[in-house]
Design a binder for this molecule. Sequence first.
Ligand code: FAD
Length: 450
Amino acid sequence: MQRRTFLKHSLQGASALLIGPALLHACDKNEQFSDKSVLVIGAGIAGLAAARQLQNRGFKVTVLEAQDRVGGRLRSNRSLGIAFDEGASWIHGVQGNPIATLAEQAGMTTFHTDDESIKSWDLGGGLRADSLYADQEEAFYDVLDTLMNSGNAGQSFETVFNNKYPQYANDRLWKFFLSTYLTFDTGDLNKLSSLLYNEGEEYGGVEKIATNGYDTIANYLAKDLQVQLNQRVTKIDYTAGKVRVSHNGTTSEADYVIVTVPLGVLKNNTIAFTPSLPANKLNAIDKVGMSCVNKFLLRWDTAFWDDVQYLSYTPEARDKFNYFVNVRKFHPSVNALMTFAYADYARQTETMLDAEIIYEVMKHLRDIYGSSIPDPVDFLRTRWNSNENSFGAYSYTAVGTEMRHFDDLAAAVQDKLFFAGEHTEIDYFSTAHGAYLSGLREAEKIIELQ
Ligand SMILES: Cc1cc2nc3c(=O)[nH]c(=O)nc-3n(C[C@H](O)[C@H](O)[C@H](O)COP(=O)(O)OP(=O)(O)OC[C@H]3O[C@@H](n4cnc5c(N)ncnc54)[C@H](O)[C@@H]3O)c2cc1C
């Protein structure tokens, strides 16, 4: 996700975040609550942050993770010899961002990505003048700054935008901005709230992309934790004193349970709660949106593209392989590009064969660089929508979402069942830092109950 500058710049929350990694460290070996047990469901960054915080305070903590590795949506594929981050790639704004601190502690290396290092081509392969691109980009951000004033609770961003700016609806460059600068960060524009599309806080400072794998942070947080892998939780029963959790034909119990599975998993009802979750939480699960973004890595023996960080291409179709990250910029010996599909087109790619996807991507690149450029020698892809561990990429404010729904998603039930994960973080939902913060927040709630 390439979170752009239109989101409100704010350092609010930075102080809370700054204490995150420091607090984790300061509380090491403080064994105050050793008679209390906690089960954490999910070993993504939210679950790992919560587990570490609680273990450092002396709780008996076990993490149950459905997959064969920790990290969840911090997932790095190293099969081509470099880390292809299938989920999070960027640290969005390093100033005050706890992920920046964690990255340093964990040894996650990064590269400063510069949005200005971009070239844009139109359909037909014509290179756009930088000044035209920059002017239109500014106009686009002006529209994003004000469109919510015309928004309303019942209408999507797309409906309100098309009514107000019909002249831009079919403009290919505007379609690119809408896709890469908005849909990428949020969700399908025909479902995105016209009132709340730019909710969420943002850290200042530069954007950095992970170069040796975002999962470095997850592996660091998981050190010395009791994580049981390949344990898929199917039932959580909080009727009795202790909470009972069913996984792989076994039942474990604990004083507290923190549920950190993604919103998509909650929406799919793959975990049965007894008694049923409160109505306001069920409503929030329904109303907050879950987006889809898919990522694709293509590698060649030799590079044929321009020496800039980003390539932009503007086909008629929206959300389709229109943005390329030049991987050579941070791995000079690797001739690779990373590209994306968003929203409905991203879901559509999940049923396409590799060859079909490569054909479509190459059509775009051949329009720019000519028909003689070769097909890639390697190809990697994601399928986040059909992934049973997330059923989507991240949460967003859909039509029908109200900001209080994020608090409802975060609310504890009977002081026994706690909820963390990016979708529970009202200020920083949809991000790695939001997920991390949510884990610390729920750990603090449990500590305060003692
Ligand atoms: C394509 C993509 C690009 C992104 N780009 C960025 C970016 O550049 N920067 C950024 O800040 N953020 C980005 N994000 C968002 C970021 O990755 C997430 O917000 C964050 O990793 C979520 O962490 P989490 O702990 O809330 O959830 P997860 O990481 O999803 O952790 C939940 C865990 O629960 C497990 N689980 C699911 N069901 C069960 C079950 N029944 N039993 C047991 N375990 C279960 C899952 O396997 C998973 O490990 C991106 C995400 C995606 C998908």
